[in-house]
Ligand binder design. Structure first.
Ligand code: BMA
Length: 893
């Protein structure tokens, strides 16, 4: 029920009065409970009072200053550095509100902050209510005694996070590195001392915006007997009885003496209903009920995308207590099991590392998720949805929520449930060592409890992982810790991730696996006291692997790991994305803007060096043309490099070579961007797909032909994530760079391709292959291939293999490509392309027209091709036609 706005004092608050409340993404209604939302307009003041402005809650200081016109767009040009002063000041949020007398008369009134960023003192009517030190916590304060009849004044005084972190580090008895980020990141120091988004002090893909604010909702909850604090449902499968039960966990806060009544849980979709007697003790308690699911009929399971549906069952909960108090909740339940399998692999030293969902081994395909905005209050539900849908559209079934960002909002996990995206959930610790003094640990313990309770009902969450790269940071001594001091840091490491985080996770949730770190050797790391000698060992656990100087086309350089949870290459975003935050004077590769946005040391040089190994670098005389071509070539390089590495991992799923293999996961670094800058992402800030994302759509396809050279031979594998066996042949066309039609075609014998395997399907010496085909040489020809069944039906996308670097290709012509936009926009548009010759890396760019093409970055090997375009906002064919540009490799030099 929404009340009309009530004006009180200087402020006009929009009050939301009602009983219905969202508790861990479940709608709970408790009779007799009243809630008032304190979201809306507050006032914000800096420490010396020179700035005083209205500020929206949820929100942060930066966005308030932006909305009131005190600062320009923080993402514009060099503003991240120019706005550095904001995070050095202290800020106070104030609101005034009234509380109806019947609400004040309740036994208890709780002031609930869903999230405060970060260090604050909360006061109500001049009296201190509490302090906060962790942005990942919800804080509940009992404030009934402080409320008055008239105006109530609530203030939250936030200390500068940068100064706080510095003070904590200063006060610490020994150094907890890494002190400061590399200079190129233009960031702030000691972020490991504050429980806040670690990348907010800068990262190698992101700006430094150490935010402060009330980043989530604020409300009052008033009740007489009981309020529901939390509700979680975790299905448990009993192997012996082949039956399911549902653990329902209800956390309540009770003010009365012992409260008795009954609770009815029903799953109508499974003909299951049970009533339990309840007895709640006073205070905050957790109460667990086991609902035995009637399995006389089949229980439909939740599956990762590509492996089955995501069936859910509605669950209702109805509580009746004493005379007249009721509470109800409606939620969804999904059934699935998940295991992380680490067991001996025949013919290979080490242990496997893969996920088994509902008893089936699943190859994880996906990427890593970073914060989608520096200002969390500007993260829109539509933006989150668009990114997740883009992931699934690119045939991903998994994302890792990386440990340097934030635990995502409820919507993220609900969408992952619905879309079949498995979530590897890190705890928020990254690339650093951490202090372990008592107050810090207390805060972390509460963070783990709250986050595990909030997220454990989601089937999408398949793994808890302690941190990002902190095991390897210790193992390989990133921070130059002198030998004699190492045990102290190892002790802190074990205390934080094992004795506390792991212990708490095991206590709170035994329905999914826990890993202490990523990368790690898993069980083998445990045996070495949780810090392995070499956590990158490809025979155990997961790996992160980056090499910018080695030729990315050389697959022999990649570790044949059990599971690749990070690998990648940088590229620049498209011109239309950069244009929004820059001026014409910024549009050059060597200028200050290009180095300012690059936060990875030598990143710009590395990109061009890697590109130069295989492509001519742009040399147009017109500077803007050359700049745009340079952006393009970085995307070509990135797309092809990540393709080579991902295809290597996918074809390694079924074999062991020199003791290594059985790779069962490929999560490249990184899915999305936090701002408009060069990074490892496949999707630009704003949602536009880079060439890599279009490539991912193909290299993650359920059925994929992979081609590579092994010694003197051309080899092809058929990779299949399907459950069925297929009878397939590889159809290979030899193309000449100088002609649009194949020179010759050949096919492999039919091969049985088992479900969930990678099967060799074609092998022939390259020389023999070319000799049999006109005057083809490595330099004049290339290969295009696809998979076909005996009925001539194609399985999976086509693929191609270069026999030389395109920069050495002979006969590659400047293609004349024409593009014509067709259609009325009802069902999107079609771009009809015609080319006079073979054109690699054909790139359609709709400029600032938001939307996505059916495919992009492709090889044009025949004269014509049609590509769909779905706009994300209404646009006309003319507008799209005007914005559309077509680039292919030969255009850039
Ligand atoms: C990995 C990540 C991030 C980083 C990326 C690229 O180590 O965990 O810390 O952004 O590499 O350098």
């Amino acid at each position: 029920m929404t009340m009309p706005p009530t004006c009180s004092g200087l402020l006009c608050l929009s009050l939301l009065l009602g009983k219905s409340l969202l508790v861990s993404s479940v709608q709970v209604v408790t009779s007799g409970q009243q809630n008032i939302s304190l979201n809306g307009k507050w006032t914000l003041e800096n420490s010396n009072g020179s700035l005083s402005l209205p500020a929206e809650v949820p929100g942060c200081v930066h966005t308030a200053l932006l909305k009131q016109g005190y600062i320009q767009d923080p993402y514009y040009r060099f503003n991240d550095v120019a706005h550095g002063w904001i995070a050095l000041d202290n800020w106070t949020y104030t609101t005034t509100f009234t509380v109806p007398s019947d609400m004040r008369a309740k036994q208890r009134v709780m002031l609930v902050f869903e999230g405060i960023d970060t260090i604050s003192t909360v006061s109500l009517n001049g009296a201190a209510v509490g302090r906060t030190d962790n942005m990942f916590l919800q804080y509940d304060f009992s404030v009934g005694a402080l409320l008055t009849e008239g105006d109530n004044v609530l203030t939250v005084s936030l200390a500068s996070p940068v100064r706080y972190a510095a003070q904590r580090s200063e006060a610490h008895s020994y150094r907890v590195p890494p002190d400061c980020p590399p200079e190129v990141q233009q960031g702030q120091c000691h972020v490991n001392y504050i429980r806040k988004e670690q990348s907010s002090f800068s990262w190698d893909w992101g700006p430094s915006f150490p935010t402060a604010g009330l980043w989530k909702g604020v409300r009052l909850e008033a009740y007489d007997v009981l309020r529901v604090v939390h509700l979680a449902t975790v299905p448990v499968y009993n192997q012996t009885s082949s039956g399911w039960s549902l653990q329902v966990e209800l956390q309540v806060e009770v003010v009365a003496e012992v409260t008795r009544g009954q609770l009815t849980l029903s799953l109508p979709g499974l003909d299951t209903q049970q009533t339990f007697p309840v007895r709640f003790l006073p205070g905050r308690t957790r109460n667990t009920y086991t609902l035995h699911v009637n399995t006389s009929g089949p229980v439909e399971l939740w599956w990762p995308s590509g492996h089955g549906g995501q069936h859910s069952y509605p669950l209702t909960l109805q509580g009746v207590l004493g005379p007249g108090l009721t509470f109800t909740a409606d939620t969804k339940v999904y059934f699935r099991t998940v295991e992380l399998v680490q067991e001996p692999v025949p013919g290979s030293p080490g242990l496997s590392f893969y996920f088994r969902v509902n008893g089936k081994a699943v190859f994880m395909k996906g990427s890593n998720w970073i914060p989608t905005h520096s200002f969390q209050d500007l993260v829109s539900p539509a933006g989150v949805r668009s990114l997740l849908e883009s992931a699934v559209a690119a045939n991903m079934n998994a994302l890792r929520v990386w440990g340097g960002g934030v635990y995502q909002q409820d919507l993220f996990y609900s969408l992952c449930d619905e879309l079949g995206v498995m979530v590897w959930q890190d705890f928020m610790f990254a690339c650093a060592l951490y202090p372990t003094e008592e107050d810090f640990m207390d805060s972390v313990r509460e963070e783990v409890r709250q986050q595990v309770r909030r997220l454990k009902s989601h089937p999408s969450v398949v793994l808890w992982s302690g941190n990002n790269e902190n095991e390897v940071a210790l193992a390989t001594n990133w921070f130059g810790i002198p030998g004699p001091e190492r045990p102290l840091y190892v002790k802190d490491y074990v205390k934080l991730y094992v004795d506390n985080i792991r212990a708490l996770v095991l206590e709170e949730d035994q329905s999914r696996p826990f890993l202490a770190s990523s990368p790690t050797n898993g069980l083998a790391s445990e045996r070495q006291g949780w810090v392995a000698d070499d956590p990158y060992d490809p025979r155990y656990g997961d790996t992160h692997y980056y090499s910018y100087s080695r030729d990315c086309w050389d697959w022999s350089a990649f570790p044949r790991s059990r599971f690749a949870s990070e690998y990648g290459f940088q590229s620049w975003p498209s011109f239309s994305t950069l244009q929004k935050v820059s001026l014409p004077e910024d549009w050059s590769w060597d200028g200050p803007f290009s180095s300012h946005r690059q936060h990875h040391a030598e990143g710009n040089r590395q990109m061009l060096e890697q590109a130069g190994l295989h492509y001519h670098l742009p040399n147009a005389t017109d500077p803007l043309r050359r700049y745009k071509h340079t952006l393009y070539i970085t995307q070509v390089m990135q797309a092809q490099c990540v393709k080579a590495q991902t295809e290597f991992y996918r074809r390694s799923r079924s074999e062991v070579v020199e003791g290594k293999g059985h790779t069962m996961g490929a999560l490249y670094w990184q899915l999305n961007d936090i701002w408009q800058a060069p990074s490892w992402s496949s999707i630009e800030f704003g949602g536009k797909w880079k060439m890599l994302h279009y490539f991912a759509q193909r290299f993650f396809a359920p059925v994929l032909p992979v081609g590579f050279e092994d010694g003197v031979s051309m080899v092809m594998y058929a990779v299949s994530d399907l459950s069925v066996d297929l009878n397939l042949t590889a159809q290979v066309s030899v193309l000449s760079w100088s002609r649009p039609d194949p020179v010759c075609t050949l096919s492999s014998p039919a091969t049985l391709v088992r479900g969930n395997s990678a099967t060799p399907i074609f092998r022939q010496p390259v020389d023999a292959l070319l000799e049999g085909c006109g005057n083809c040489t490595r330099r004049s020809c290339l290969l295009a291939f696809h998979l076909e069944d005996p009925h001539g039906a194609r399985w999976g996308p086509g693929n191609h293999h270069f026999l030389c670097s395109p920069r050495d290709a002979e006969g590659i012509e400047a293609p004349h490509i024409t593009a014509e936009v067709r259609g009325d926009g009802e069902r999107g548009y079609t771009v009809a392309l015609r080319s006079t010759s073979v054109a690699p890396f054909v790139w359609l760019d709709a400029g600032g027209v938001p939307g996505r093409f059916g495919s992009n970055g492709f090889l044009m090997a025949s004269r014509s091709r049609e590509v769909g375009f779905v706009p994300w906002a209404p646009t006309s064919a003319e507008e799209l036609g005007r914005a559309l540009t077509v680039t292919s490799l030969r255009d850039v030099y």
